[in-house]
Design a protein around this ligand. Sequence first.
Ligand code: NAD
Length: 485
Amino acid sequence: MSDILNFIDGAYVAGGGRWFDVVNPATGQPHARASEAAEADVDRAVAAARRAMAGPWGRTSEADRTAMLNAIADEIDRRAEDFLAAEIADTGKPLSLAGTVDIPRGAANFRIFAKMIGAEAERLYEMATPDGAGALNYAIRRPKGVVAVISPWNLPLLLMTWKVAPALACGNAVVCKPSEETPSTCALLGEVMRAVGLPDGVFNVVHGFGPGSAGAFLTAHPDVDAITFTGETRTGEAIMKAAAVGTRDISSELGGKNAGVIFADCDLEAAIEGTARSTFTNCGQVCLCTERLYVERPIFDAFVAGLKAKAEALVPGAPFDSATTIGPLISAEHRTKVMGYFETAAADGATVVTGGSAFALPGDHEGGFFVRPTLWTGLAEDSAAVREEVFGPVAHIAPFDSEAEAIALANDTRYGLAATLWTRDLSRAHRVGAALEAGIIWVNTWNLRDLRTAFGGAKQSGIGREGGAYSFDFYSETRNICIKL
Ligand code: NAD
């Protein structure tokens, strides 16, 4: 078992908290232990970040930051095998997924913000028109300062770098708190930062949990200027309360209960294929996954049969087995939660189209947290399985009879992260797309991402937008300078 250490002021250190096991979800066995940061360690990390901001890093040019971000991306690519091994050990996700999505996006996140920060700088320093009183106003942007970055376990490197890259691009220093379930790749990033010569203190990592641990210590720290968080809505609310003290800025990307709306005029094969991806990718553990499907009645039976076939064709298995197409849930606790919804759905009268049980693999993977991809029909809209985020490989499928009904059903949720729409009618695509109450709407596709576009949730799925220039808006502070002429 390896030891995972905190990374503070350029050095790997054991924290003053306890050691906790990091479990491989594909086997159910610990593969590493991580050192929890105590409050004093979080204090040291924040102080190191503050000192870094007061030093040369606080005055680096865009050109130097661009070069640094590109070097970080190159180093992640060079260490791709190490990142892959670490990510797969923490998450159990198949190599086919981690190797094509998680790790490449870790590097791509740095490259896109490296590319954009130069162009953004030109936009930011543009002079505004002099006003009638004979004054010249112009705006500059400065880094926010010390940014706390708190991330979840479902896409560990991808989501951490999605925030660290623009934070560094804007010249901030960061203190990161990865999920306690998946600390390995964030810990490895410390080695990358050292290899490329990022000044000590600019990038720090503290490990641990939420309440009473590193997460709460960090978000409550008075010397943290802004907090960026991805995780559950309830946690987001707790972090907002912490951020209110000292009026610190917050960006939050939270939970979802995303709808897929499938019209009878769609390309049925494409809709089934796309919905299988949107429901089962990463064992349903992507915030953008669809868990509520609304299908126009004439194609309802054909759609259900098609999606059932796709679900049953998925192959749960060991991450490095090339036949594997679906991995485990993240933990025993999460599997208990997901299977709780299997029971609730059955008790609420669901027809189980497929799945609804755990899945035991033989041999070394017998203890892994696998469940069968699961589809339900026949639930009332107020059933917990239809209303609450399950975050597993599940979806409920219900029929609809009109466009208005489909929109009302899709929008009947407290969440609003993403929605997916399948139709060949262009006018309908625009009309329904605009009517869906979600931050991200895909038409005839799912999770097709351009990292320059706005990413974030409506309603209780989040506050603010990240991505491209939206990230720069959050990770920098605009200062207006007014010169009397
Ligand atoms: P979580 O909220 O339990 O934990 C996320 C992080 O917050 C972890 O690092 C955890 O240690 C920390 N944390 C928990 N309580 C805290 C507290 N009081 N103070 C400070 N930090 C605290 O979420 P999770 O289970 O790791 O992730 C799954 C959730 O994340 C799902 O709801 C999913 O929808 C959401 N998610 C959202 C997006 C998005 O972009 N909107 C992306 C991925 C995941």
